[in-house]
Write a protein that binds this ligand. Structure first.
Ligand code: AMP
Length: 299
């Protein structure tokens, strides 16, 4: 990557966009790690042009959340992109670019599924995400946009958003990249102490445990309730939610089933099933994670 020539302001990007074909797009908030790089590598494999945006979107943070302290590591990010040794175009929007009429007065996009699960705990979150993603997709006009399985509900919501708004864009989901011990990579993991990092593995173990009972459970809902109670009794962290959901509808899966694993980029549909959970470490720290599988006998 020729960093000097490939970093665009939104204005400069708009002028160049017209010459770009077969565009793949990876929106990020920066503080890039191997999870982000997996999305970019998937994009480089499939698309002639790979565009990465770095923008910390204020409208997806509530007043009490970490907007002001969210990690900003632009120089390191650009070095990581440079290290991929590929032609990557980086767009760095400003708040004025993304919210030309101001944040309070602007147009917003909401979705019903945005009030479930994560949305119950962060009611503002998916409105902010849907709004910024729509703006970025309109700006970049990609053929394919790449999102991480790590944020499964977000991936499902964006898949529906693109359908509902008749956007001619494919949404590709890239499997979660984990630390060697299983912890899902996240820009916010830098907030975790060594001890918290070790203890928070209980989240991944919980998901694995649920996955292991799926083909054999005779009463899935009851088993989940039991596992939730056991988790809360034996772990220092509060379980905020634990659900097994159909990928597209996000409706709970009611019965046990046989599955296949998914390890390559995929599209979301109702044959994809996600085991999603979130734990609260303390007042300002929470972790989300999920496992996806494909229901063999999907409808
Ligand atoms: P963020 O910068 O946190 O907004 O994330 C940008 C994109 O990277 C989103 O589509 C995330 O779902 C995705 N992502 C974040 N962490 C991971 C991970 N560990 N593995 C795969 N994708 C990820």
């Amino acid at each position: 990557m020729n960093v000097g020539h490939n970093i665009f302001t939104v204005e400069a990007f708009k002028q160049q966009r017209i010459h770009m074909t077969d565009v793949g797009f990876v929106p990020t908030m920066g503080a890039l790690h191997d999870g982000h790089l997996a999305l970019i590598k998937a994009c480089l494999l499939e698309c002639q042009t790979c565009i990465v945006s770095i923008y910390v979107n204020p409208t997806q943070f509530a007043a009490h959340e970490d907007l002001n302290t969210y990690p900003k590591t632009l120089e390191i990010d650009l070095n990581k992109l440079h290290g991929l040794n590929s032609d990557i175009i980086v767009v760095l929007p400003t708040e004025q670019d993304m919210y030309p009429n101001g944040i309070q007065a602007g147009t917003t996009i909401q979705m019903l599924k945005g009030s479930l699960y994560e949305g119950m705990i962060r009611p503002h979150f998916f409105g902010g995400v849907c709004t910024i993603v729509t703006k970025l997709l309109n700006l970049v006009q990609p053929k394919i946009a790449y999102f991480g399985q790590k944020d499964f509900q977000q991936a499902s919501i964006i898949t529906q958003l693109v359908q509902d708004l008749l956007l001619d864009i494919q949404i590709r989901i890239v499997p979660t990249i984990r630390e060697p011990n299983g912890l899902a990579m996240s820009s916010r993991n830098i907030y975790l102490s060594k001890d918290q990092k070790t203890k928070s593995l209980c989240l991944y173990n919980l998901l694995q445990h649920i996955k292991s009972i799926l083909p054999i459970s005779t009463n899935l809902q009851l088993d989940i309730q039991t596992i939730k109670s056991q988790f809360n009794a034996s772990n220092p962290f509060q379980l905020e939610y634990l659900e097994i959901v159909h990928g597209m509808s996000l409706e709970p899966v009611l019965h046990s089933f046989d599955f296949t694993n998914i390890s390559t980029p995929f599209y979301i549909s109702n044959s994809i099933v996600s085991i999603m959970a979130a734990i609260k470490l303390n007042d300002s720290l929470r972790l989300i994670d999920n496992l996806v599988i494909r229901n063999k006998s999907s409808f």
